[in-house]
Design a protein around this ligand. Structure first.
Ligand SMILES: [Zn+2]
Length: 195
């Protein structure tokens, strides 16, 4: 059981040397941006979970660098985009990040490595997990298995299929999209010509 509250801040170079495992819950009020995003869940009784469960393993990763690997997750109620009833979903993310207190150290990392530049030897636990959790929120929350709230009218299904078979109207639509994409450039050209 993970019942301990996470420390608000961690002296991470020390944690790296000790290869510390830090686990427990982080109250949602420490994750203001995540809490804001969760309130926008399209339900009348919008609520946010009380906390996020977090597990982080620290280790030294070379001069001035500490690696932190772990995961964070929570459960949240959303409106199912298929049946429109509430659905409770678990959201979670993996953490794999380099912490460093000097910009030069961060600049030497590979571009695909997540990193966080700290102000001194302390890192806020929220700064390690919040961005990753925001990225992990469901785009279109759904039950694994449920029935649509509304039947899709047959007409909508049949017409596009007929078009695709003949290859006629679809092409026109594509032309329109293409035209739409070109419009900003046309506007730009007009501006340049004025100059
Ligand atoms: Zn559903």
């Amino acid at each position: 059981m993970l019942t301990e509250a996470l420390p608000k801040r961690i002296r991470y170079p020390q944690a790296g040397v000790e290869e510390a495992l830090v686990e427990g819950f982080l109250p949602i009020n420490r994750l203001a941006r995540l809490a804001d995003a969760l309130l926008d869940n399209d339900l009348d009784n919008a609520s946010v979970p009380d906390f996020v469960m977090v597990r982080l393993r620290f280790s030294s990763d070379g001069p001035g660098r500490t690696s932190v690997v772990g995961e964070a997750h929570f459960e949240q109620q959303w409106r199912c985009q298929r049946c429109l009833e509430p659905v409770v979903l678990r959201s979670g993310c993996e953490i794999e990040m380099i912490l460093a207190g000097h910009k030069k150290v961060i600049e030497q990392l590979r571009s695909d490595q997540d990193s966080f530049l700290t102000d001194g030897d302390l890192v806020d636990t929220a700064d390690i997990i919040e961005d990753q959790l925001l990225l992990a929120l469901p785009m279109s929350p759904k039950h694994e298995d449920c029935d649509p709230a509304f039947e899709i009218p047959e007409l909508i299904e049949v017409v596009p299929n007929a078009n695709r078979a003949e290859g006629g109207i679809d092409e026109e639509i594509e032309d329109e999209i293409e035209e739409g994409r070109q419009r900003p450039f046309a506007g730009l050209k007009r501006l340049t010509e004025k100059d």
